[in-house]
Design a protein around this ligand. Structure first.
Ligand SMILES: NC(=O)c1ccc[n+]([C@@H]2O[C@H](COP(=O)([O-])OP(=O)(O)OC[C@H]3O[C@@H](n4cnc5c(N)ncnc54)[C@H](OP(=O)(O)O)[C@@H]3O)[C@@H](O)[C@H]2O)c1
Length: 326
């Protein structure tokens, strides 16, 4: 598995990481055994980066990672967590006292004295512009509670604001074949500044697995059911904000453009990590088989013409819907 330096953290991580939102139950139930099997399979395939958050299953995802890591002390893992959604997402809640409380809880959950990387979890835009926010994060680095901090963002403009700050180590943003906006300015700016880019939702919540039809239904407790129109959180986090039926049809065109024998989700992930400026993609996996397949995308050679296919699909299906919104 290829390794890249994760921006200003200075740490090397695998180009394919593991997203662990699934461990929290927002995609239907995932058992402890399933979660451990996903982590085992990922690490066996060369993954050294896990992404989590303090709100995934109200800490369940962090605790599972903490338990797994404690029983695998020799694995050179980087765990990126997030904070900032345990209270109402208003700018006045993003203050030093709350950061301290949230970080200490994550340190307990993850069984780590010093967290590897803490990302602000898609806060309001004003938070990215507030000097006091960065001062408070710098203080957490200075006292050893966290080794580095980054941000997770909804929009390209938020990413650019954060990249301009001297100590922001990484930016997490939605980037996949159905969401190309970060290619315009965010990836070049991050590369220039030495800021890492974690590409989240690389499979457009599974659309780019190519396995859904327009008839596919999702369980009531799965965000692909309950947040399809942004009812619970930003619509962009579910199917990347694209219409499900359009996404299914575009994914079929994406699949049809691939050479025989190339898996759709692997090609989709390989395309993401081939974009200049991306440090790693962090696909989520429901089971060990998905985790293994996703990790193996790290060694897939990008099929000829795939980039042109992606840009054509984006222009025809999605640009008018998503490009200005996020
Ligand atoms: N605000 C934020 O900061 C934020 C928001 C969203 C996500 N994230 C992070 O980004 C990570 C990845 O995003 P995501 O999980 O939302 O979306 P994703 O990676 O685009 O899609 C994950 C889904 O794709 C399907 N899938 C994955 N691997 C597959 C394979 N090999 N074959 C077939 N299907 C496969 C599974 O769907 P089925 O369940 O249908 O099998 C899985 O649940 C999250 O886990 C989380 O760590 C962060």
């Amino acid at each position: 598995m290829q390794q890249r330096t994760l921006g200003r953290t200075g740490r090397d991580v695998s180009v394919i990481g593991l997203g662990t939102w699934q461990f929290g139950g927002d995609w239907g139930p995932v058992s402890q055994d399933d979660a451990f099997a996903v982590m085992d399979a990922s690490v066996e395939a060369g993954v050294t980066l896990f992404d989590t958050a303090d709100v995934y299953g109200d800490g369940t995802s962090e605790r599972l990672i903490g338990q797994w890591r404690a029983s695998h002390p020799d694995v050179p893992l980087t765990v990126a967590t997030k904070m900032g959604r345990r209270m109402e997402q208003v700018a006045s809640n993003y203050v030093a006292e709350n950061f301290r409380t949230w970080v200490d809880r994550s340190r307990t959950n993850l069984q780590q004295d010093t967290l590897d990387l803490v990302q602000l979890h898609c806060p309001p835009t004003a938070v990215f512009e507030d000097d006091a926010v960065y001062d408070a994060l710098d203080a957490l680095v200075a006292d050893g509670s966290i080794a580095a901090y980054g941000v997770s963002v909804e929009t390209a403009d938020q990413a650019l604001t954060a990249i301009a700050r001297p100590n922001v180590a990484s930016v997490q943003i939605i980037l996949n074949a159905f969401r190309l906006k970060p290619l315009d300015r965010v990836l070049p700016a991050a590369k220039e500044a030495g800021v890492g880019i974690l590409a989240r939702v690389p499979l457009a919540s599974g659309l780019l697995s190519g396995k859904y039809t327009t008839e596919t239904e999702f369980p009531a407790q799965d965000h692909r059911n309950y947040n399809r129109n942004g009812e619970a959180f930003d619509q962009g986090e579910t199917f990347s904000g694209v219409d499900f039926r359009d996404g299914v049809q575009a994914a079929q065109e994406f699949a049809a453009a691939l050479p025989d024998g190339v898996s759709v989700p692997q090609a989709a992930i390989a395309w993401v990590v081939a974009q200049d400026g991306v440090t790693a993609a962090i696909p989520g996996a429901r089971n060990a088989q998905q985790a293994r397949s996703n990790a193996d995308a790290g060694s897939l050679e990008l099929p000829d013409g795939l980039d042109a296919t992606v840009r054509d699909l984006y222009d025809r299906w999605f640009r008018s819907v998503v490009h200005e919104r996020w």
